[in-house]
Ligand binder design. Sequence first.
Ligand code: FES
Length: 115
Amino acid sequence: MLRAMAIKDLTQVSHHLFLCNGSSCSDRGAAATTVAIRDEIHLCGLHDGLHTTKTLCNGRCDDGPVVIVQPDGVWYRQVTPTIGRRIVREHLRDGVSVDSQVLYQWGDDHLDPAK
Ligand code: FES
């Protein structure tokens, strides 16, 4: 039996995305969001600088699908495939967070009640 192996050059990675694929987020379309984010990373030519990991719960199930961008400490809520593509283009390529979907950013002392 062959095992899939990945040997990524971590010295080139600037950001790591944690893509929740737990049960609550999956019920809200996390699989499609994951595919869209990974596809957009390739379309934008950002593969070498970004790493993605599927997680089983990011701790905010009611806000799912939840995507965390590190080391920026930005937690995104309700990430649809369209929003996921925007996160790649606007946050990761252009350096501007998608504010409408930010649930929390490290350093904030509270969550916005509207979120
Ligand atoms: S299942 Fe995604 S945050 Fe809990």
